[in-house]
Design a binder for this molecule. Structure first.
Ligand code: AHR
Length: 499
């Protein structure tokens, strides 16, 4: 047993936690949309074909914003195919995931889902096969108030009120050679800038996200961001970054330290963006949108996904349906701490994805819906970690990892919401072998709840038959004179709700 102390300087907050911190990706990929959120034949479907059972879980997950319609999908998507009378919607080859896109779910259905789920829509634009003109047309369809053909088309389709979508992604992972319409940094920067200018001619207040790197390992990382920002600094509000942690390509100690990986990547993007800003003597700070992040056994996926059959274009096939372990949930808990630690610059983040595809929620076609292990840290953080983030300065033992060397065994972040006078302590014991006696000087007067994920079996998973095999349980903590004390077992993630 070791001891660890947490100190928090209440006069030095990190920054406000944007409500968009708890976003997700909803992509036309596999069964995320079809038989995920949308399944008209399902017994739980509402009059729009949306699954009510899934909707309830989405609300419980605490999702604030949803990025749509991709992902890689968007780079070959024709949005017009997905609006208007169903009988006139075409079926198309979907190149990114080698599927048939039936287009029975499109922009209007997504907006309806967002409204009912209480989620803000974030739209991604196709800058793979399309450009400025289509971006402006879609913007007019979605937000248009004037007497124009596209705004009138939306009205004719039964949606009088504009949707007023504020956040728009200028393409998806355009640095990746797998992307339909992949571009060099220079070509993408020019297209992103001219699209941003055109979008801003329609509405100067739109918040625009330029593509950053699809992974920290990309050979273009750094130069890509610099090129895009040198050209687009004045028109762009956010630079994106995507991060997937692969448990199949690392050991458990590394997996539990996934937050170190994300810290380094985020810090690298901030450094690059600020170097461009400094050269311009600009006061403006570019925000970061981590608009895809999760744990994903991507090496296993890459190993099986060879050679598409040109005669086989399935509709909503089971693709990338990772089953998450208890250890994966701890890694997600660590990634959330890292995101919150960067709340001053990370102003949007999307867990990728929402349902079935590397997702916190799973469904059976025509059947049940349940929570994967990773559902729990996300739902907890989204519920209690709001307001302002504070750095938790840790003094305690180190633990050894292969990838990152020795790292703090205890990782933590503290939040406080002035408006509700509630806060949180999120803490991860990354050590696989040592318990930690933790003392945290928080100045809180009451603990509203304390729950822990401390799995006996790190390989345990949740299934339709055993949906609660891995779930947080109540954990004893003591509070005296504003200082909280507790013991964290090895490999555990604690969430304390403070008042
Ligand atoms: O989320 C799965 C895929 O991962 C997305 O479509 C793409 O943007 C990323 O490479």
């Amino acid at each position: 047993m070791s001891t660890a102390r947490i100190a928090v300087d209440a006069d030095r907050p990190i920054g406000a936690i944007d409500r968009r911190m708890y976003g997700v990706l909803v992509e036309h990929l596999g069964r995320c949309v079809y038989t995920g959120i949308f399944e008209p034949d399902h017994p739980a479907a509402d009059e729009h074909g949306l699954r009510r059972d899934v909707m309830e879980l989405v609300r419980e997950l605490g999702v604030t914003v949803a990025r749509y319609p991709g992902g890689n999908f968007v780079s070959n998507y024709r949005w017009e195919d997905g609006v208007g009378p169903l009988a006139r919607r075409p079926r198309r080859l979907e190149l990114a995931w080698h599927s048939t896109e039936p287009n029975t779910f499109g922009t209007d259905e997504f907006m309806t889902w967002c409204r009912l789920a209480g989620v803000e829509p974030m739209m991604a634009l196709n800058l793979g096969t399309r450009g400025e003109e289509d971006a402006v047309n879609l913007l007019d369809y979605v937000n248009g108030r004037a007497d124009t053909d596209y705004a009138n088309l939306r009205r004719a389709n039964g949606h009088d009120e504009p949707y007023d979508v504020r956040m728009w992604c200028l393409g998806n992972e355009m640095d990746g050679p797998w992307q339909v319409g992949h571009k060099s940094a220079e070509d993408y920067a020019r297209l992103a800038l001219s699209t941003a200018r055109a979008m801003h001619m329609v509405d100067r207040g739109l918040e625009l996200v330029a593509c950053g790197s699809s992974a920290w390992e990309m050979p273009t990382f750094g130069d890509w961001e610099r090129t895009v920002l040198e050209l687009g600094y004045d028109e762009i509000d956010y630079i994106s970054m995507h991060r997937y942690i692969d448990p199949a390509a690392q050991d458990r100690a590394d997996l539990l330290a996934a937050g170190v990986d994300l810290d380094r990547f985020i810090d690298g993007v901030i450094a690059t963006a600020d170097a461009v800003g400094a050269k311009r003597r600009s006061d403006k700070k570019i925000k970061i949108s981590v608009d895809e992040w999760n744990v994903w056994r991507i090496s296993e996926w890459n190993a099986i996904e060879h050679g598409f059959d040109p005669g086989d274009w399935p509709l909503a096939p089971e693709k990338i349906e990772d089953v998450y372990t208890a250890a994966d949930a701890l890694a997600v808990g660590g990634l959330l701490i890292s995101l919150l630690r960067h709340a001053d610059r990370v102003k949007a983040a999307c867990l990728a994805q929402l349902v079935n595809v590397i997702a916190p929620i799973m469904t059976e076609k025509g059947g049940r819906a349940w929570r994967q292990t990773i559902f729990h840290p996300f739902a907890t953080a989204s519920r209690i970690a709001r307001g302002t983030a504070y750095d938790a300065v840790v003094a305690g033992p180190l633990t050894a990892t292969g990838r990152y060397g020795e790292v703090e065994a205890l990782d933590a972040v503290v939040t406080w919401d002035e408006q509700t006078a509630t806060g949180s302590l999120l803490a991860l014991n990354r050590s696989l072998t040592e318990s930690l006696d933790v003392t945290a000087a928080l100045g809180a007067s009451r603990v509203a709840s304390a729950r822990i994920l401390a799995p006996e079996d790190l390989d345990a998973v949740n299934t339709a038959d055993e949906p609660d095999a891995v779930a947080p349980v109540a954990h004893p903590v003591e509070l005296a004179d504003g200082a909280l004390t507790t013991t964290l077992p090895p490999a555990s993630w604690l969430a304390v709700e403070l008042a």
